[in-house]
Design a protein around this ligand. Structure first.
Ligand SMILES: Nc1nc2c(ncn2[C@@H]2O[C@H](COP(=O)(O)OP(=O)(O)O)[C@@H](O)[C@H]2O)c(=O)[nH]1
Ligand SMILES: [Mg+2]
Length: 483
């Protein structure tokens, strides 16, 4: 047994009472090497620290993953090494020549006899949590044909006498589910399909329902975990809405000042205040994304997100617009109908039409940045103060399109995070297409949002009730983009 198996996780408060009365349900996820056992544990435990690898034999120790909802341990999963010598183990068991009612004892005897035998390390590791009371979740790859070599594994599991079920995980696209079903149903009362890469809560809930039925004593706790899980999904959405609403308010109302000594600001000073402004908005967006990743329990992702996932959609990069998927015309329309037409707005509208005709507009309006309006996100103003100090100031955000770009990016990020399975490793390519916007942005929604964005632009904070209304609007958008 790995050290971590013994690492007690003290339950808190209400959880304590529950745990004292009923044993915490435990499930050992077992099977052949490289069939997705660790992936299933990661998905069921909402834990992206589970070791998942293409190399068979990566897991050599059983490791426990307590699944907590709001600090309450509702069940514990064991990730285990795969069977290596199932046939020899079964032969050993047969040699014990015991009758059916003593088979579980024979398995225990096997573990005792081979505790320190490296040859049977993996079998000892995987059987230990089972003989200590864990239910069995036997995992197979339904994209590979069934074979008799699995029968020794299933037979050993049957000898333990523990409640058990089988999961068919299709790693590749070929489909041998039917033949697997016929074989598995001979050994297991319930056989289900499960895809650890899919994050639809409905799939997980259906599996939990089956797990709840495995053992009567576990039913209330596992059922409770379903309730808590559903509640936590709702809570994550609400917290995400609050986080995004706060980001919007903080970004759109942000103002930065730079004190200067000279009478007329230099080009460099103006550039500096612009850079300060933009960098701060980037930091705000980054922090908001980190908050959301943490909320959705992507601990690992947090550290690598810049490099792996999101560098393509840097807030002020030219790619932002195309990734967000607003056409140039649509962006301009958003800006124009959003409120009074500003000078910059008219310029943009003009520039936009020209460019849409395919002219070399760069030379006329000063580059793509100007065209998209990002150079005019906020005017740099010179403010005089008493006693001769002068300030360069920029903010709040004037660009009418910007809020929708930022909101779109936030929703897209959230959608990607909520769909990212905890079993997923490595880089994911994410590319927003134009259809994304249509999921959450209707004309009605835009109008409601615009009323509030207009207030943000004045730089004042919203009253509590107004902010709640804004959060509710964002939650409506979230419900449309999150599974
Ligand atoms: N595409 C895909 N890959 C999977 C799936 N399940 C597992 N894998 C991959 O298969 C490999 C082995 O998975 P792992 O969970 O480590 O298997 P284990 O050895 O049984 O624990 C890893 O590269 C996983 O990313 C699946 O449902 N779909
Ligand atoms: Mg593994």
């Amino acid at each position: 047994m790995g050290e971590e198996t013994l690492r007690a996780q003290p339950p808190k408060g209400m959880a304590m009472a529950l745990q004292l009365n009923t044993p915490t349900p435990k499930f050992a996820v077992v099977g052949h090497p490289n069939k997705g056992k660790s992936s299933i544990v990661a998905s069921l435990a909402n834990d992206d620290s589970v070791k998942i690898s293409d190399t068979p034999g990566t897991t050599t120790k059983s490791r426990s993953f307590p699944f907590r909802v709001d600090g309450t341990v509702v069940y514990t999963l064991f990730d285990t090494p795969g069977f290596q010598r199932a046939r020899q183990v079964l032969a050993w068991l047969h040699r014990q020549d015991v009758s059916a009612h003593r088979r579980a004892e024979a398995v225990e005897a096997f573990i005792r006899a081979h505790q320190h035998d490296p040859k049977y390390n993996d079998e000892v590791e995987l059987l230990t949590p089972i003989v200590q009371g864990a239910g069995i979740i036997y995992v197979v790859d339904g994209s590979k044909p069934y074979g008799v070599e699995y029968e020794a594994e299933m037979e050993i599991l049957r000898w333990t006498g523990q409640p058990s079920m089988a999961l068919i995980n299709r790693i590749e696209s070929s489909d041998y589910t039917q033949e697997w079903r016929r074989a598995l149903e001979q050994y297991f009362r319930s056989v289900r399909e499960y895809d650890p890469m899919c994050t639809d809560p409905a799939q997980k809930i259906a599996l939990l329902e089956t797990m709840a039925q495995l053992e009567e004593a576990w039913t209330p706790l596992v059922k409770r975990s379903i309730g808590l899980f559903e509640h936590s999904v709702k809570q994550k959405r609400e917290e995400s809405a609050k986080t995004i609403a706060r980001l919007m308010q903080n970004t759109l109302s942000y103002v930065v000042q730079l004190q200067i000594q000279n009478e007329t600001p230099s080009e460099a000073q103006e550039q500096k205040v612009r850079t300060l402004y933009q960098n701060h908005l980037r930091v705000l967006e980054e922090r908001s994304q980190q908050t959301i990743e943490k909320l959705w329990q992507h601990k690992r992702l947090q550290k690598v997100q810049e490099k792996l996932l999101f560098e393509e959609i840097d807030l002020f990069s030219k790619e932002s617009e195309s990734i967000f998927g607003l056409s140039r015309e649509e962006m301009l329309v958003t800006g124009i109908t959003g409120g009074a037409v500003t000078g910059a707005g008219i310029d943009l509208l003009f520039a936009g039409h020209t460019l849409l005709l395919g002219g070399a507009i760069g030379a006329v309006v000063g580059g793509v940045g100007a065209y998209f309006g990002f150079d005019k996100i906020a005017e740099v103003k010179l403010l005089g103060r008493t006693l001769g100090s002068k300030y360069l100031e920029t903010g709040p955000m004037e660009n009418r399109n910007f809020p929708y770009i930022l909101l779109g990016r936030s929703l897209y990020h959230l959608s990607a995070i909520s769909r990212r399975s905890h079993a997923k490793r490595g880089t994911a390519e994410i590319a927003m297409d134009t259809s994304f916007k249509t999921l959450w942005m209707s004309e009605e929604m835009r109008k409601s949002l615009e009323k509030i964005h207009t207030k943000f632009r004045t730089g004042k904070a919203l009253e509590g009730e107004e902010m709640q209304r804004y959060e509710a609007l964002i939650l409506t958008c979230i419900d449309k983009v999150v599974l």
